[in-house]
Design a protein around this ligand. Structure first.
Ligand code: NAP
Ligand code: ZN
Ligand code: ZN
Length: 360
C-alpha cells in the first residue's frame, strides 16, 4: 500500500491543502524529503497566490490530485544545502517557481527551456522521480534541486518579490521572445491582475508603449499613474475598442476565463501577435478570418526556463520591479480565493507564511 503523505519522507512539514474540488483549503500535515546532495532546503517566508492555484484546487483543468498543496511563488531563507550544492549557502534568500524538475537531457532542457521539457515536474500536483507527490509553497518548508532555485537579490523585499517567480517570468519571457521589448513597440496587456500588472511594469522598463485592456474601470487610475501604462481601454466598450483598432504590435492576454478573441485580434497591426498566457478551463472561439486579414499570429507561452528566471529577477532588482501585493495571513486563504475568483485583488495576494502559518 502507498505510504501516506505524512510517512513518505523524514522531514515533517505543514501546510494548507485542497482535499477535493470544492475550492476549500484546510490545514494539512505531510512530509518533505531529506535534503539530497544537490538539494536546497529553505524555510518558506512568503508565497504568492496565482490564479493557477485557484484553477488547480477546483480541478478546473481536470488533472488535479488530492490532497493538493498549491503555491508556486515561493520565497524564503536557506536552512540546509546538500554536499554537492554549488550556488547556495545557508542564509541565502531564495525562490522556487512553477517547476522543481525536468529531464535535463532533452533538446528543450539543453536550450535552457526546462519549462517546455516533456517531463517537467511541477512544483505541486506532479509525481516526483521518487514516486511521491510534489507539494507547493502554502507550507512551512521547501526542498528542491538547486537547479530549480533562484537567488533573490538583497534590494528586493521578499514578499513583493514572490510573485515574480510565476507572474514575473510568465510575462517577462514572452515580452523578450516575441520582441516586445524593443523601443517603439506598442504592447497591449489584457487583464490587469497578478500577471497583467507585472507585465505592464516590465514592458515599461523595456521602454515600450503600453495599453491596458481591462474589464475594470476602477483599475484605470493605478494602471496609468502607478504602473506607468500609456493608455487604458475598457474591453466592453465598443467605441473605445474601435478607436484603438490596428494600433498594437503585440498583445499579452492574461485573462483567466473564457472571453472573446476577435476584438483583441482587431487591435493588432498587420503582422501583430496575440500571445495567450491565461489558461481558461474551456476552449476559446477562434474565427480565422480576422487573422488572415493582416497576417496576424496567435501564440502561447508558458512560464520560462531557469536561466531566464534568474535573469528576470536580476532585471527586476535593477529596475525596482516588484508586485503590488496584499499580504494575508494563512487563515485568510479561503476568503482570498473567493476574492481572487471575482478579480477582487490589487494585484496579488501573498501569504505571510513565516509569521502566520501555524501547525494546529
Ligand atoms: P488574476 O490575478 O485573477 O488576473 C486575471 C485578470 O483577468 C483579472 O484581474 C481580470 O482583469 C481579468 N478577467 C478575469 N475574468 C475575466 C473575464 N471573464 N473576462 C475578461 N477579463 C477577465 O490571474 P493571474 O494570476 O494573473 O493568472 C491569469 C491567468 O494566467 C490564469 O488563467 C492562470 O492560470 C494563467 N497563468 C498562466 C501561466 C503561463 O505560464 N502561461 C502562468 C501563470 C498563470 P481586469 O479586471 O483588468 O479585467
Ligand atoms: Zn502561476
Ligand atoms: Zn527535458
Amino acid at each position: 500500500m502507498a505510504k501516506s503523505p505524512e510517512q513518505e519522507h523524514p522531514v515533517n512539514s505543514f501546510g494548507w491543502a485542497a482535499k477535493d474540488p470544492s475550492g476549500l483549503l484546510s490545514p494539512f500535515r505531510f512530509s518533505r524529503r531529506a535534503t539530497g546532495d544537490e538539494d536546497v532546503q529553505f524555510k518558506v517566508l512568503f508565497c504568492g497566490i496565482c490564479h493557477s492555484d485557484l484553477h488547480s484546487i477546483k480541478n478546473e483543468w481536470g488533472f488535479s490530485q488530492y490532497p493538493l498543496v498549491p503555491g508556486h511563488e515561493i520565497v524564503g531563507v536557506v536552512t540546509e544545502v546538500g554536499s554537492k550544492v554549488r550556488n547556495f549557502k545557508v542564509g541565502d534568500r531564495v525562490g522556487v517557481g512553477c517547476m522543481v524538475g525536468s529531464c535535463r537531457s532533452c533538446e528543450n532542457c539543453a536550450n535552457d527551456l526546462e519549462n517546455y521539457c516533456p517531463n517537467i515536474m511541477l512544483t505541486y500536483n506532479s509525481i516526483y522521480y521518487d514516486g511521491t507527490t510534489t507539494y507547493g509553497g502554502y507550507s512551512d518548508i521547501m526542498v528542491a534541486n538547486e537547479h530549480f532555485v533562484v537567488h533573490i537579490p538583497d534590494n528586493l523585499p521578499l514578499d513583493a518579490a514572490a510573485p515574480l517567480l510565476c507572474a514575473g517570468i510568465t510575462t517577462y519571457s514572452p515580452l523578450k521572445y516575441f520582441g516586445f521589448d524593443k523601443p517603439g513597440m506598442h504592447v497591449g496587456v489584457v487583464g490587469l491582475g497578478g500577471l497583467g500588472h507585472v507585465a505592464v511594469k516590465f514592458a515599461k522598463a523595456f521602454g515600450v508603449k503600453v495599453t491596458v485592456i481591462s474589464t475594470s474601470p476602477d483599475k484605470k487610475e493605478e494602471a496609468l499613474t502607478q504602473f506607468g501604462a500609456d493608455s487604458f481601454l475598457i474591453s466592453k466598450d465598443p467605441d473605445q475598442m474601435q478607436a484603438a483598432m490596428g494600433t498594437m504590435d503585440g498583445i499579452l492576454d492574461t485573462v483567466s476565463a473564457v472571453h472573446p478573441l476577435v476584438p483583441l485580434i482587431g487591435l493588432l497591426k498587420t503582422n501583430g501577435k496575440l500571445i495567450m498566457l491565461g489558461a481558461p478551463d474551456r476552449p476559446l472561439e477562434l474565427p480565422v478570418f480576422p487573422l488572415l486579414a493582416g497576417r496576424k499570429i496567435i501564440a502561447g507561452s508558458g512560464i520560462g526556463g531557469m536561466k531566464e528566471t534568474q535573469e528576470m529577477i536580476d532585471f527586476a532588482a535593477k529596475h525596482n520591479i516588484t508586485a503590488d501585493i496584499e499580504v494575508i495571513s494563512a487563515d485568510y486563504l479561503n476568503t482570498a480565493m473567493e476574492r481572487l475568483a471575482k478579480a477582487d485583488v490589487k494585484y496579488r495576494f501573498v501569504i505571510d507564511i513565516g509569521n502566520t502559518l501555524r501547525a494546529s
